[in-house]
Design a protein. Structure first.
Length: 167
């Protein structure tokens, strides 16, 4: 009996298999590039990470942020999204846990990282002039993972601006 490989080769060479094989391969690519709206992926020379996120994309949600929360799971975060790139500054009023803030441009590239923001501190934390989104994660995780400026993020919100790592 011929091996599976030789049968597959015969089928593909027959012509009809090329269509099936090509559809199978395109399905694999689609799965690989799919995004989940409740997750953000990050990658860079340091490696990669993924966080389950809440989206804060209204003025009210951004104002509330992570205030009054006593804890947050290690693999969780909040993604603050603006309507357009703009100058941003955050503070830690009524925030009970230390946070790392990753300021992200419209293409999904981290342009600044503020590590271990101090709970309750009212000092403004500047993000820059062209911030489109800010990812808040537990304080110390950016350093633990080795995240740096230039880290690429992947989430569907960056799609309308030509994401550097598209879904």
């Amino acid at each position: 009996m011929p091996s599976l490989w030789s049968r597959l080769t015969q089928f593909v060479t027959a012509g009809a298999g090329a269509i099936v094989l090509s559809l199978s391969l395109s399905g694999a690519v689609a799965t690989e590039t799919a995004c989940n709206p409740d997750q953000i992926s990050l990658r860079g020379p340091w490696g990669s990470a993924q966080f389950s996120i809440e989206i804060a994309d209204t003025a009210e949600e951004r104002a509330q942020g992570l205030m009054h929360r006593a804890s947050m799971p290690r693999g969780a975060g909040m993604l603050f999204v603006y309507d357009y790139p703009q100058r941003t500054a955050f503070w830690m009023k009524n925030t009970l846990i230390p946070l790392d803030m990753l300021f992200i441009d419209k293409s999904g590239v981290v342009t600044r990282i503020h590590e271990n923001a101090i709970p309750g501190d009212l000092t403004p934390i500047e993000g820059g002039d062209k911030v489109f989104a800010v990812l808040e994660i537990n304080g110390g995780l950016a350093a633990r993972y080795g995240m740096t400026e230039g880290t690429q993020t992947r989430h569907e919100i960056f799609s309308k601006f030509g994401a550097i790592w598209a879904c």
